[in-house]
Ligand binder design. Structure first.
Ligand SMILES: CC(C)(COP(=O)(O)OP(=O)(O)OC[C@H]1O[C@@H](n2cnc3c(N)ncnc32)[C@H](O)[C@@H]1O)[C@@H](O)C(=O)NCCC(=O)NCCS
Ligand SMILES: Nc1ncnc2c1ncn2[C@@H]1O[C@H](COP(=O)(O)OP(=O)(O)OP(=O)(O)O)[C@@H](O)[C@H]1O
Length: 198
């Protein structure tokens, strides 16, 4: 039996930091953000659906999804985000399940599902345990503005497109606090791995 551990948090809360650390420790990871890119790869059926729904303006000159442009559209307008989710979430879910099944068939002892929308998209039922990577609202806003070069209001729009991080923390089995430096976060993860997986 493969134990599936979900890793979630808010946008820019530090999921990638935790997931890269887990990767260095040799654990298999299914990353929902990576899957979300796979389902709209060039010439895919998913990309075609998006082009039909949002028009040529979200396709760049190489025939790839113009991610920045689509992000500007959907995070500024919840109705547009719902339209995008209606196309993408079923494709993402199907592919996540098939990646997890492949890991089960390979006999993996444990596998991690890293997903920003783990609660919003009800992936709890796929997981045996859920880890939430937490940061304070101020740190989250600052790190997001800096990483993605966003204004405060554009960053806040993206944060508002997800459940509040506090609500996620209430449903966590394990909380990793990423308010301090990356080393402190990795130490918390290492200590937790030692306790639970060994
Ligand atoms: C809108 C898109 C094209 C913007 O692309 P971009 O490269 O700028 O951002 P990226 O994909 O790296 O996402 C960055 C972060 O935004 C947040 N985010 C992405 N999609 C969503 C969404 N539908 N709702 C809320 N937050 C989201 C997540 O925290 C994610 O980690 C892209 O985010 C997308 O295709 N989103 C829909 C797919 C999705 O739901 N992905 C999340 C995995 S479950
Ligand atoms: N402990 C930390 N100290 C300083 N900077 C950090 C720390 N953790 C993460 N960061 C920085 O904050 C930003 C967000 O972190 P990261 O990309 O890991 O978040 P994420 O949860 O994976 O985001 P997303 O949901 O957008 O994929 C990055 O620029 C990262 O380098």
């Amino acid at each position: 039996m493969t134990k599936i551990i979900g890793i979630t948090g808010g946008i820019a809360s530090g999921k990638s930091l935790v997931s890269h650390y887990l990767e260095t420790q040799g654990y298999p990871i299914v990353d929902a953000d990576v899957v979300a890119r796979e389902v709209v790869a060039k010439d895919s059926a998913g990309l075609k659906r998006i082009e039909e729904e949002f028009g040529q303006t979200v396709i760049d000159a190489d025939g790839q999804l113009a991610r920045k442009r689509l992000g500007q559209i959907v995070f500024a307008d919840h109705g547009q985000l719902r339209r995008l989710n209606a196309i993408m979430q079923p494709l993402i879910r199907e592919r996540i399940i098939s990646h997890l099944n492949a890991l089960r068939e390979q006999g993996a002892k444990v596998a991690f599902l890293v997903a920003p929308l783990l609660f919003e998209q009800s992936y709890q039922s796929l997981c045996d345990e859920i880890v939430v990577v937490y940061v304070s609202p101020q740190t989250q806003l600052q790190r997001l503005m800096q990483r993605d070069q966003l204004t405060q209001s554009a960053a806040q729009e993206r944060i508002n497109a997800q459940w509040p991080l506090k609500q996620k923390v209430q449903q966590a089995d394990i909380i990793i606090n990423n308010d301090e430096g990356p080393d402190q976060t990795r130490e918390q993860v290492a200590a937790w791995l030692k306790r639970t997986i060994a």
